[in-house]
Design a protein around this ligand. Sequence first.
Ligand SMILES: [Zn+2]
Length: 395
Amino acid sequence: MVLHTLHKSRVSHARVGSLLTKDGCIETPAFVAVATNAALKAVDLRSVPDLDVLFCNTYHLMLHPGADVVAETGGLRRFMNTDRVIMTDSGGFQVFSLKHGTVHDELVHSSSLKKASVANKSKRQPSVADVRVSEGGVGFRSYRDGTRLLLTPELSVQAQKQLNGSIIMPLDELPPYHVSYEDLKASLDRTLRWEQRSLDEHLKQENGQLMYYIIHGGSDRGLRKRSVDFVRSKGGWGGYAIGGALGKDREEMRDIVEHVMGECGLRQLRENTGKPVHVLGVADPKSIKQLVKLGCDTFDSCWATKVARHGAMLCEPSTTVPSGRINIQSGRWKRAHFSLPGCSCHTCSTYSLSYLHHLAKAKEPVFQSLISIHNLTFMTNFMKDIRRQIEENVL
Ligand SMILES: [Zn+2]
C-alpha cells in the first residue's frame, strides 16, 4: 500500500490520505509546486515552509547541470539541500512542447489549426529543436549547443535514477489536442510500449522510487479505456497519473477525468491497489476542487507562480472578488495601506497591498518573488482546507 486512506468523504469520491514515499509522507490531496530547474521560480524554497512536494523537469536538468552532476551529490534533495518529496518527469513533455507547443498555445492559435497535422504544427513553430519520434524514443536538438540527442525510455529512467526523486515518470508521447484518431491511436500504442520499457528499466534498480503509470488517450473515450485496461493486470507501478491532452476547457477536462475514474475503472483500481492518482499539469483551485471530488489525490502545475509574476494574487472567491484573485497592478491598490486579509504568509505579514502595488509598477524584481510566495502559501492553505472539508464530509 502506497497511499493509506485516512478518511473517505460521504458525499463524493474524495479521500484524505497519507502517501508514503522513500523520502517521507505527503498528506493528500496535495498541491505539487513546479520547480523546473530544481528551483521555484523567483522564490527561495525556505520562504514557503509548508510546501511538501515539488515537481522537477528532467529535460532541463539533463541539459544543465547534467543528471550526472546532480548524482555526485546523491540526488536532487541533497543538491538542493531540501527535505521535500520530489517528483520528476521523464523529460518527454518538454521535448514534445518544443514540437507542438502546449495545449493552451494550440488552442490560442486554433482557428487555422483544426485540421492541422503534426507536420503543420512543426511549421508553426519552426523549432531549432527538430523533434523526431521513432520507436526507439524521441530525438531533438539541445537548445544549449545544438547537439542531436535521443531520449529513450531507458535513458530517461537512468537520468531519473541519477536525480533520485521520490516519484518518477515513464517516457510517454504527448500528441497535440487536435490530432486525428489514427495518429492518437498510434501514439498511444507507442506510449504503452515506452511505458513498459521504462518500468522494466526502473525495476532493474528500484531504489525505493515509485514510478507512476501515465494514462493517455487524449479526449477519445475508447483510447482512454484501452490505456487503463493496459495497466489493470500489471504490477510494479507505484501509482497512476492522468496525462495527455485533457480537453479545451475545465468542463471537458472534468468529463475526461470522470470517464477515466468511473467507466474506465481507475477509481476501483486505486481502491484495490492502495495507490495514488496524480493529475499532470492541472492545479488551479477550481479544477482541484472538481478533481478531488472524482477521487484524484495530487496535482502539479506552474499556474500559481506564473500568474504571480503577472501580478495576480490569489484569494478566497467572494462577492467582491468572485474570480478568486486580485490584480495588484491595478490602481485600485495604490492607497491600500493594509495587507491582504486572511493570509499570514511572509509577504502578507510584512507588506501592505499599496507597497506591493508600488513594487509592481516600479518593476522591482523582488515583486515577483513576494507575490509568488503568497500564491504558493495560498495553495498549501487551500489544500489544508480541502482536506478539512473532506474530513467534515462537505466536499
Ligand atoms: Zn499572503
